[in-house]
Design a protein around this ligand. Sequence first.
Ligand SMILES: [Zn+2]
Length: 193
Amino acid sequence: MLSFAEFVTKASAKGPPRPGIYLGIRMSLRAMKLLEISDPSEYHRKLIVVVETDRCLPDVIELVVGCRLGNRTLKFRDWGKMAATFVDLTRNRAIRMAALESLENEALQCFPQLPRDEALSRAYTTFVDEKIFQWQSVIVNFAPEDLPGYHARRVLCERCGEGIDFRREALRDGLTLCRACSGEAYWLQGGKV
Ligand SMILES: [Zn+2]
């Protein structure tokens, strides 16, 4: 596994990394250390991360740990928190890591001479982990349909006819419906296309 500095270099390919990138790399590396995982690539689809923000953290986790939405190993809970839970399915262990609320103020106080982003990046590079994060051991019970490799019959929504995977259908008044038709649509009908 690459070092912190090497991941920073890798993340710099498209320009100087934002402070959150440094933070995400540190978080991922610490989580791997706590889970005693030296090479996450050996954990193909047996390492799952639940990320609680859609800022830069998911991209960094993909870079460092390799988990990604496209193979179902990265789960997104839209909670607006700089936090993530790293789950090792092979040993049934999980660590939830969250950035400390005091972190930003401390960083700015430590490097008052630097512009804000630089002060944060410097802090996220030099502070010890304990000053950046809190973490705890947790238990995550995924439903079988949430795990990579789950196969089940695809069902059709009885209202719109669209197919639904992974048991995401809902039963309403005896009808099998997709989430949109069951009342959870995130869109309103627009005009003609
Ligand atoms: Zn439907």
